[in-house]
Ligand binder design. Structure first.
Ligand SMILES: [Zn+2]
Length: 470
């Protein structure tokens, strides 16, 4: 049988045990804003939602500034209490996950059946939400704004309109709590557990000594409440960042200003390409934050809860991990694992050897197979090569892995990945920093082709398919 599998399915425990208002797992779906389950979210996706909220008696919508390219930046305000809570998402344009979570939260807050719940806190809390602080970056699906600035490195210089909008709001509103909502790289893991970091948190430092004053302790305690709230859903997938002080960043700067600042980074989860698990966890945490701030319950939470959260581990998760592959021949034969990541220039083998320290978003047990270098297929003949599924599979079984020559001599008529004129083709042995395009064989012949980091099973036609890692 095909050995390709994901580490685990995204299983949400449907327990009613979460100690929070009415946001039980059974009811989340009804508040989940439709239309935002996608990898890229631009301002056009949220403008109709913002417009609709102008009709609401509960939500005050205000334009608080414009991006460098003149796109409006909005804040949504709810409640009128003395505790001031501010949150902002998508400061990095290509980190959209918390933006839908904010609209889920607004749907929840404004739902008629939640009248009693919101009445319990609207006199205690004033809540200000800025969905999509960097709409120009969102338009380009880029971290940076239209000036090519990382807005989160502009907290001191304030040369970006988006940074000035955020700082202006913070100074005017003077929040007690600030929620800085981001996305993190999919390769982060939780310590050395091999589990993806789906939610990572931080109470940022306000100086190089990383001291803890009252406001930072407040953030740490509240984080302890929030992570406990999502533990029943994604226990084991929660991590925290180390608190190295970042002078130019907003979180650290707000922390300096005495705001209890909470960084939430949404990350990957198995079989969840659009980060809908992290989206929901943001929702759960934000609802939980409202409850805990309104009642003051976070104050009684021990700091030890925050300190017990394992650290984020960079590069702990690779897109595909191949294990136990035989390579070399005869006396020079050996067994190796391979790690593959999708990169800007294409999929690459990023590591080889004993990779028991890594986990794969996908894993392929290759212990029954031998590495076979891909042969180039020369595109120079007549007629044009018509590459449909069956012809392509024949070529792969014959040991061809990629095409070289004039691409006009090739008509691609398959959904399977095809490598044409690769820059760094693999050689006799599988090597790092070379393309993730090669073949796996046993005594009977070529069984699997890995082409541009996608796995094509050749022994089970025609149901076998390539699978793409995100
Ligand atoms: Zn970010």
């Amino acid at each position: 049988m095909p050995a390709l599998k994901t580490v685990a399915a995204a299983v949400l425990i449907a327990a009613g045990s979460v100690a929070m208002a009415a946001a039980s797992p059974e009811t989340y779906e009804q508040y989940r804003q439709p239309g935002l389950d996608k990898p890229v979210i631009r301002q056009a996706d949220i403008l109709p939602l913002v417009d609709r909220l102008r009709e609401s008696e509960l939500v005050d919508v205000k334009e608080i500034g414009r991006s460098y390219e003149g796109r409006p930046i909005f804040r949504l305000q709810v409640g009128s209490g003395p505790m001031r809570v501010m949150m902002w998402s998508q400061m990095h344009g290509d980190e959209p996950t918390a933006t839908p979570a904010i609209f889920d939260l607004v749907n929840f807050i404004t739902a008629p059946e939640q009248a009693k719940w919101r009445a319990g806190w609207m006199d205690e809390i004033t809540l200000v939400m800025v969905p999509m602080l960097n709409p120009d970056g969102a338009e380009r699906n880029s971290r940076h704004n239209a000036q090519s600035f990382d807005v989160n490195r502009d907290a001191k210089a304030l040369q970006s309109p988006e940074g000035r909008v955020l700082m202006g709001l913070a100074k005017e509103f003077d929040p007690h709590f600030g929620f800085n909502l981001h996305d993190q790289d999919r390769h982060y893991g939780v310590g050395d557990t091999g589990k993806m970091a789906t939610i990572s948190v931080l109470a940022p430092a306000y100086n190089r000594a990383r001291e803890v004053n009252d406001s930072r302790a407040g953030a740490m305690k509240l984080i302890g409440v929030l992570t406990a709230a999502i533990e029943p859903f994604i226990g084991g997938h929660i991590a925290r960042y180390d608190d190295t002080y970042a002078y130019r960043a907003f979180g650290d700067t707000f922390s300096e200003m005495g705001i209890s600042t909470i960084l939430i980074e949404s990350g990957a989860h198995p079989a969840d390409p659009n980060r809908q698990v992290a989206r929901r966890m943001n929702f759960e945490m934000l609802v939980s934050a409202i409850d805990s701030i309104a009642t003051g319950s976070y104050r009684d939470t021990p700091l030890a809860r925050y300190e017990a959260i394992p650290f984020n581990e960079d590069d702990a998760i690779v897109d595909i991990k191949i294990t136990g592959l035989r390579a070399g021949e005869g006396d020079t034969g050996y067994v190796t694992d391979l790690a593959i990541n999708q990169r800007t220039g294409g999929a690459q083998v990023v590591d080889a050897g004993d990779l028991s320290n890594l986990a794969g978003a996908q894993t392929l047990d290759a212990s029954q197979w031998q590495y076979q270098p891909p042969r180039p297929f020369q595109l120079d003949g007549d007629p044009i090569l018509m590459l449909d599924d069956s012809r392509y599979r024949e070529l792969l079984e014959d040991g061809y892995g990629y095409f070289v020559g004039d691409p006009a001599r090739l008509r691609v008529d398959t959904e399977l990945p095809v490598a044409i004129n690769p820059r760094n083709p693999q050689r006799q042995r599988p090597l790092r920093r070379r393309d993730a395009t090669f073949l796996l064989r046993d005594e009977a012949g070529v069984r699997v082709a890995v082409i541009n980091g996608e796995v094509i099973e050749l022994y089970q036609q025609p149901s076998a398919t390539g699978q793409k890692a995100r």
